[in-house]
Design a protein around this ligand. Structure first.
Ligand SMILES: [Cu+2]
Length: 177
């Protein structure tokens, strides 16, 4: 199951609990005044997904998404579909036996990212620099907070690699300016 390495799941209470523990052991304190102040400057963007599309707020389904470097974003990922979806953002599509399954390079690799979400058991926050994939159950949503460095400029792609989803249309261009 090495493909699940680096996957942040939502919907699994036990896993969420371990995320909570990991976060509380980190050095960052989400309640400190600096973080609160930065929160007010975040650019909000909602990205919905379903069968079988990605859609940025205010844009058509599968229309290219534009992000800027050096801008703090709070990107809400929302699964409005009826089944689970997985999101990777990367480039260099990896295809094995005709089936696309991953990217060679991931947008958030090496970027400080905070993931915030809600579960029945409570809210959770996770800080990571190794986000490679998000998995959202039907109806789930979570926020990803990040600022992209200049080194991430260029063309990227957003894809869902649940079996047959990418082929069914779940891919989208993402441009970092
Ligand atoms: Cu999908």
């Amino acid at each position: 199951m090495k493909c699940l390495h680096g996957v942040w799941r939502i919907g699994l209470a036990v896993f969420a609990l371990s995320l909570l523990v990991a976060w509380s052991m980190g050095s960052n304190n989400g309640n400190n005044p600096t973080v609160q102040a930065q929160g007010n400057l975040e650019t909000k963007l909602t990205l919905t997904m379903g069968e079988f599309f990605f859609q940025a707020e205010g844009a058509a389904k599968n229309a290219p998404i534009k992000l800027q470097t050096a801008v703090p974003y709070r990107m809400k990922f929302k699964n409005v579909g009826k089944i689970v979806h997985r999101i990777k953002i990367g480039r260099g599509l990896q295809v094995e036996e005709g089936v696309p399954h991953d990217y060679a390079e991931h947008l958030f690799d090496g970027v400080e990212v905070r993931i915030e979400g809600k579960l029945a058991s409570g809210n959770f926050k996770v800080d990571t620099q190794r986000l490679t994939q998000l998995e959202l159950e039907a109806g789930a949503e979570l926020d990803v907070i990040f600022t992209l460095p200049i080194s991430k400029k260029g063309e990227w792609e957003l894809g869902c690699f649940v079996v047959n989803h990418y082929e069914a249309g779940m891919s989208n261009k993402l441009i970092v300016e």
